[in-house]
Design a protein around this ligand. Structure first.
Ligand code: ADP
Length: 870
């Protein structure tokens, strides 16, 4: 018979802590509970503390920076945190990647249970299912993502537990799966336990990984909660069911705020892969901070919902012109109208209404949360009336989705008093006058306190002990405390309760009577307040859907208003989107770089790129001339336009783009210790796949990481390939000046260059993009600017002159373009080789092995080998 599981874990723990444990009843209870959550840190409620034991205590002490001790009774290592301030500790454990299980006492301390208190796990908090305020970042969604393999790729289901969002999709191949997972940026990925060969990148992501056992009840769980949901395929239903079961199993609360799973298609959005997102610094800048990124620039939202909407729009730009124009219409109305005024202030009062509604949905809202909801709803009402007075169609449509629910706000305000506690168990929740029973108990409790004060005064008087005090503690209740020096004055009717080193504690019949009254009034009051508060939450639960929709609509308005505000201050224009494939930008600017410069310092540039005539723009110019900035600004303008923002230009016509790929810079890979060139080639190989006329490719300095000739050759071949094998729009920046010759050979390649002026032997960067190839590469001038010694600069000039003399061959053809000749030479080599082969074969065939002597055989061998070596 196998050993019972409880014993198993004891042995394990005993081995790990290398000390004998006495199996007290408490330890036995702990081990039984711990056995249910071997992979989580167990917070075990003991009175006013959550304790961690054994290995968990060691981890907890380390992660939380608290004292590790051991229980005197049984020698068990332990550390603990006070129950009322446990939240920050849970947050730290989760952020360090642990799961946390909460085990509570299931009978109240005063319930009179003798001996061991019953205890059970009420919740397991995992990184993807946490909805605690301290764990969540206000402006970010926090997904639990479940993956299920299907017939064609993977089904994905993502639940945002704090907001109740639930989405599902299918991704066909491995590469897109990786991209979509990174785009959702989940906090936890859930895989089927029986998945053969899970992709390696999953284990190394920025998320926790958990597994689930495929469970036939998953589909039923979906149906029970949401009724019939039409999902496009069975695998999506499986993924959604698995995610739901996992959340239901760990969350331990109601999930009344969870929406039904909403399917979306990856192809509904402009795809900017993760590498490009990083290169373009869309949501974080190169140093990892939001500041300095496009999101950092555009985000002037006043609510967390607005911030989340905006960051989602940047990562999921649209491709349907009608949908984009809806957003642009609203931005324009904010842009044109004078909607400053009261709106920003009201928005700030709304706070995170979406997550507040979520906490109501799972019955975890505090009295303070309810008060915030009431305040938010009143602010919604102010915003709606401010918007009603302006003739704004698009804004009006969004505002119509928000409801201010005045009756809900009023009922919260009627029930909850001013300055409510963060925890309903602390009492003082219900407003005076709301319920006569509460008022009565409160009066009793506070009046009894007055009695205590009066009793104390009276007893002092009677006993003539000036330091006599009436005190309270939770073990002994109320008592009269007398210091040892005054003991002889204690009246005869005092009953001794407890003896301390320096004092004695007494009680009297009168005090006992008072104590009973106070305690029953106080506990009755706490109980009643909790009851009323729970009823309030239950009433509010009926409105969760409406409050959530209101919060989301407000978030959109906030995000749109933020876009309009930035656009107005920075002089952006509304882009015109069309279903063509041409992009035309007049006076385009790099939004983030421009914001860091003085007004007018940034040099604006035009762009026309078109798959049919100007498909591949080859941009030459020295380092530091501004090529890379130009490339990035084009991509940023496209992303902005398709997310529904105005753009930094004087005019922009954008043919909808389906994918943006970039190969820009390599600084960050170097930091990660990878070979620049390998990374570069790997990325280039990846982006050559799946291109269409609508794709936009930005290549900066391809081939830089290897020797000049290799690099130039690769850059040239890639450019040719992109021209010949499709019509993706390409901006190709290079300091390989030789590449300009490509335009002579390929009709849709156009040369652009960064204008520089030479003045007194120096180069001055004009930051202007002009048609035509750069006159020369100016590398030496730049080197000189950078302070290389004059002798080196002079010698470089000499060497350059020598090299340049050989740049065109005798026929006047650019050397790199000598493609046909090269092919001929290769063919000749092939011929040579094949005649030798033929002669060898001929000789071998003529041999008669049976008559060959050893010496002759050696001779034949020598002849053959000489032939091949020739
Ligand atoms: P390259 O890619 O040619 O080496 P960058 O695009 O990195 O050059 O630009 C170098 C620097 O020049 C940038 O960091 C920026 O400060 C400045 N710069 C680039 N383009 C402009 C512009 N259009 N207006 C003003 N300054 C610019």
């Amino acid at each position: 018979m196998p050993p019972p599981r409880g014993l198993d874990i004891v042995t394990r723990i005993q081995l790990s802590v290398a000390m004998p444990i006495k199996q007290t009843p408490l330890v036995a209870q702990y081990l039984k509970v711990k056995d249910q959550v071997p992979d989580a840190i167990l917070l075990f409620r003991l009175g006013d503390f959550y304790e961690m034991f054994f290995e968990d205590a060691e981890i907890g002490a380390r992660e939380l920076d608290i004292q590790l001790t051991s229980r005197s009774k049984d020698g068990v290592p332990l550390c603990g945190v006070p129950y009322h301030s446990v939240q920050p500790y849970i947050a730290r454990l989760l952020k360090a990647g642990h799961k946390v299980a909460i085990c509570e006492q299931t009978a109240a301390a005063e319930s009179g249970v003798r001996g061991l208190m019953p205890r059970q796990i009420v919740r397991v908090i995992t990184p993807g299912t946490a909805n605690e305020e301290l764990v969540l970042a206000a402006g970010e969604r926090s997904f639990l993502l479940s993956l299920t393999p299907g017939a064609e790729g993977f089904a994905l289901a993502a639940i945002e537990v704090s907001t109740g969002e639930f989405v599902v999709t299918t991704v066909r191949d491995g590469l897109n799966l990786q991209e979509e997972v990174k785009r959702l940026a989940p906090k936890e990925v859930l895989l089927p336990g029986n998945l053969a060969n899970p992709p390696a990148w999953i284990a190394s992501g920025d998320w926790a990984v958990s597994t689930y056992e495929p469970d036939p009840r998953a589909a039923a769980a979906l149906k029970v909660r949401f009724g019939d949901v039409a999902l496009p395929d069975i695998h999506q239903a499986e993924a959604a069911g698995a995610a739901l079961l996992y959340v239901e199993g760990t969350f331990g609360g109601d999930l009344g705020h969870l929406s039904a799973p909403r399917p979306y298609r990856v192809s509904e959005f402009l795809l900017v892969d993760e590498t490009s997102r990083r290169h373009l610094e869309l949501v974080v800048s190169s140093d990892g901070a939001k500041q300095g990124s496009l999101l950092g620039l555009l985000d002037e939202t006043a609510t967390p919902m607005g911030a989340r909407a905006l960051s989602q729009w940047i990562v999921y730009p649209l491709i349907d012109p009608a949908a984009i124009n809806q957003r642009l219409d609203a931005v324009e109305e904010f842009f044109e109208g004078d909607l400053g005024g009261a709106i920003p202030e009201s928005l700030k009062l709304i706070g995170d209404l979406e997550r507040l509604a979520g906490r109501v949905g799972c019955f975890r809202a505090s009295p303070r949360d309810c008060q915030r909801i009431a305040r938010a709803l009143k602010a919604v009402s102010n915003i709606k009336s401010a918007l009603d007075s302006t003739p704004s169609v698009a804004i009006g449509q969004i505002a119509a989705r928000a409801s201010s629910l005045p009756q809900v706000a009023a009922s919260i305000e009627a029930a909850i008093g001013d300055g409510p506690p963060a925890d309903a168990h602390d009492g003082n929740v219900i407003r005076a006058g709301f319920d006569p029973r509460v008022d009565e108990l409160r009066f009793l409790a506070s009046d009894a306190r007055g009695f205590i004060a009066r009793l104390e005064a009276r007893e002092r008087e009677r006993s003539k002990i000036p330091s006599l005090k009436v005190r309270y503690n939770s073990v002994f209740g109320y008592y009269l405390e007398v210091t040892k020096t005054h003991l002889e004055r204690v009246p005869a009717d005092y009953e001794r309760k407890q003896t301390l080193v320096s004092a004695e504690r007494f009680t009297t019949p009168e005090l006992k009577d008072l104590e009973r009254k106070i305690l029953s009034a106080e506990s009755g009051l706490r109980e009643l307040e909790l009851q009323l508060f729970t009823k309030l939450l239950r009433d509010l639960a009926a409105y969760i859907g409406t409050i959530q929709e209101t919060a989301r609509a407000i978030g959109e308005l906030d995000a749109l208003r933020s876009l309009a505000g930035v656009a107005r201050r920075r002089g952006y224009v509304r882009p015109i989107l069309n279903i063509g494939a041409r992009i035309e930008i007049r006076d385009g600017r790099h939004p983030v770089l421009e914001a860091g410069l003085k007004a007018g310092e940034f040099v604006a540039n035009d762009l026309i790129v078109d798959p049919d005539e100007r498909q591949l723009l080859l941009i030459t110019g020295p380092n530091m001339a501004g090529k890379s900035t130009y490339l990035r600004q084009v991509a940023l303008i496209v992303v902005m336009a398709q997310m529904g923002s105005f753009v930094p230009a004087s005019e922009a016509q954008i043919g909808i783009v389906d994918r943006i790929f970039t190969r820009i810079g390599a600084r960050d890979e170097l930091r990660r210790g990878e070979s620049t060139f390998m990374v570069e080639m790997r990325e280039t190989a990846r982006l050559l796949k799946g291109l269409t006329k609508r794709s936009l490719l930005l290549l900066d300095e391809v081939g830089r990481g290897t020797s000049t000739f290799d690099g130039l050759a690769i850059a040239w071949a890639i450019a040719e390939y992109l021209h010949d094998s499709g019509r993706a729009k390409v901006l190709f920046a290079t300091h390989f000046h030789e590449l300009v010759d490509l335009a002579r050979e390929r009709s849709r390649v156009k040369n652009l260059s960064m204008a520089v002026r030479e003045w007194a032997g120096e180069v001055i960067f004009l930051r202007r993009v002009v048609e035509g190839a750069a006159g020369r590469s100016y590398g030496i001038q730049v080197a000189r600017l950078a302070g290389l010694p004059d002798s080196i600069v002079a010698r470089s000039r000499e060497i350059l002159a020598n090299l340049e003399q050989g740049e065109l061959d005798e026929a006047g053809m650019p050397r790199l373009a000598r493609e046909r000749k090269r092919r001929e030479t290769a063919a000749n080599q092939m011929n040579l080789f094949s005649t030798e082969q033929d002669r060898c074969l001929g000789e071998l065939r003529s041999i008669d092995i049976d008559r060959l002597t050893p010496v002759e055989a050696l001779n034949v061998l020598a002849r053959l080998s000489a032939l091949i070596r020739k």
